[in-house]
Design a protein around this ligand. Structure first.
Ligand code: SF4
Length: 120
């Protein structure tokens, strides 16, 4: 199976031509360095994304607190993560980088605050 992809590991943005068997990378062409192969393999075999979203607050200066995962999580878990995020309400002041949910969904990544938020 052939597939086109743009490498986003550096500003060059090489256009990668991939051959896969659907779930495994077979070959890559168009990459100008080895990072393109690593990127392509990750995207085909185990894609990950950093979760960025917001959680509800109560009694704080903003109604929503922007949060992100402390490291990328499996792309296939993003919808489950978004469902879990809807159940979180932050009620105490937080500093930027504060852990809102440790080991979020057991994925080895914390959900952390992207900014400070004070009481109303
Ligand atoms: S393959 Fe290498 S040179 Fe090309 S975009 Fe990726 S990192 Fe940059």
């Amino acid at each position: 199976m052939s597939r086109l992809m743009t490498c986003i590991e550096c500003p060059k943005g090489c256009r990668l031509e991939l051959e896969t068997d659907g779930s495994r990378l077979i070959s890559v062409e168009g990459n100008e360095c080895k990072r393109g192969i690593t990127y392509a393999r990750q995207e085909i075999e185990a894609p990950v994304r950093t979760l960025t979203t917001s959680v509800l607050t109560r009694g704080l200066e903003l109604k929503m607190l922007p949060v992100r995962s402390s490291k990328p999580i499996p792309k296939g878990k993003l919808f489950a993560a978004m469902d879990a995020v809807k159940l979180i309400t932050v009620t105490t002041p937080v500093k930027a980088g504060a852990v809102i949910a440790p080991d979020f969904l057991g994925l080895g990544a914390d959900l952390v605050a992207c900014r400070r938020l004070n009481k109303l």
